[in-house]
Ligand binder design. Structure first.
Ligand code: PLP
Length: 379
């Protein structure tokens, strides 16, 4: 493959990605290459990534278990700390069992490969996370993608084969919520297994942060496969799948991305247990986040800025031109504000993806809108 040509094409299309170098912990004010930037691009929705008790649990975990897990879960990598975290996650989500994976990407790959066969179909929302799309390809099942949140479109695609319906609970770029009740009804009617990826719902939505499915009253019977990540609102790293004993035992036996990889460090499990406790015991964090979402919506309305109307931490502002998007992003950065610019193929339309956390102050959001007001093209 002509890699230089491919790279040049990426550059010419305005699609080249670059990393910024972060020099401190995740928080609402982020130290980036020597500058302090007001951060609206993190998925650390509850401010747990740098929480003192989460850090303390991590340190104590490292003192007790060392750093490396040394082997896969099925060899000698599965510690008491991992096991306790699995039990706590099962109880939290109201499932029979939970199983830890090293990342959400790997959890999705493991689930779709282990729970479907090549004679089955996987129905996916068009805007599902890239890891679910890739997982579908790896599974060897037949893939059908329905229009975003369009249950009628899904209905028309259904045939008699067995398989799964798979959706993000909260969509990672759009920030909207899947029509979970309708999807659950349809899946049940057609004897399909429903999987919900709660990467952006966990910790944030639902009575105690159990996610988007729990928020609309769906449990294990309706959503047999619940996937959650630990690197977003839970503030640490990794992921889990929760479900029936049969689902979890099948993953242990058949999910290659579970079997053939080193277990995450036990100290991560210790830190996650501490984070999970905070998620359950400090509803005020969710309340602060909700207040910030309301305040953001209010300012957006006042200024006539269309940021969707999401009741989630993810607030997209869409652009027709990549050039304009990149100029606005750069303009915000020159004013000390960090917002990520999302371009195809990550999302079909170029967008600023603004994320809010419980740790933002109203004055931070004021500053964001003052800057947006100056930087956004006025048409
Ligand atoms: C982030 C994300 C993942 C991947 O999780 P990682 O633990 O970061 O690999 C999966 N699904 C969705 C919807 C996500 O946003």
């Amino acid at each position: 493959m002509d890699l230089p040509a491919r790279l040049a094409e990426q550059q010419a299309g305005g699609l080249a990605r670059r990393r910024c170098i972060v020099e401190g912990p995740q928080q609402s004010h982020l130290l980036v290459e020597g500058r302090e930037l007001l951060n609206f691009s993190s998925n650390d929705y509850l401010g747990l990534a740098n929480d003192p008790s989460v850090k303390q649990a991590f340190i104590e975990g490292a003192n007790q278990y060392g750093v490396g897990a040394g082997a896969a879960h099925l060899i000698t990598g599965h510690t008491r700390a991992h096991h306790e975290l699995e039990e706590a996650l099962a109880a939290f989500t109201g499932r029979d069992r939970a199983l830890l994976f090293s990342t959400g990407y790997m959890a999705n790959v493991g689930v779709l490969s282990a729970l479907t066969s090549r004679h089955e179909v996987i129905y996916q929302d068009k805007l599902n996370h890239a890891s679910l799309i890739d997982a579908g390809i790896l599974s060897r099942a037949d893939i059908r993608r329905y229009q975003h949140v369009d249950v009628d479109n899904l209905k028309r695609l259904l045939d008699e084969r067995q398989g799964m319906v798979v959706t993000d609970g909260v969509f990672s770029m759009e920030g909207d919520i899947a029509p979970l009740k309708d999807l659950a009804g349809l899946a049940r009617q057609h004897d399909l297994m429903l999987m919900v990826d709660e990467a952006h719902g966990l910790g944030v939505l639902g009575e105690s942060g159990q996610g988007s499915a729990s928020m609309v009253g769906l449990g294990q019977a309706e959503v047999p496969v619940l996937m959650g990540t630990l690197g977003k609102a839970l503030g640490t790293y990794g992921a889990f799948v929760a479900g029936s004993d049969t689902v979890i035992e099948s993953l242990i036996q058949f999910a290659r991305s579970y079997i053939y990889t080193t277990a995450p460090p036990a100290a991560i499990a210790c830190a996650t247990l501490a984070g999970l406790q905070i998620v359950q015991n400090e509803p005020q964090r969710r309340e602060r986040l909700r207040a910030n979402i309301r305040y953001f919506q209010q300012l957006a309305n006042e200024l006539g800025i269309d940021a969707g109307n999401n009741q989630t931490p993810i607030q997209p502002i869409k652009f027709s031109e990549i050039d304009t998007l990149m100029k606005v992003r750069q303009g915000l950065e020159s004013k000390g504000i960090l917002v990520s610019a999302i371009r195809p193929p990550t999302a079909p339309e170029p967008m600023l993806r603004i994320t809010l956390t419980s740790e933002h102050q109203h004055q931070d959001i004021d500053r964001l809108f003052a800057a947006l007001n100056q930087e956004l093209p006025n048409d």
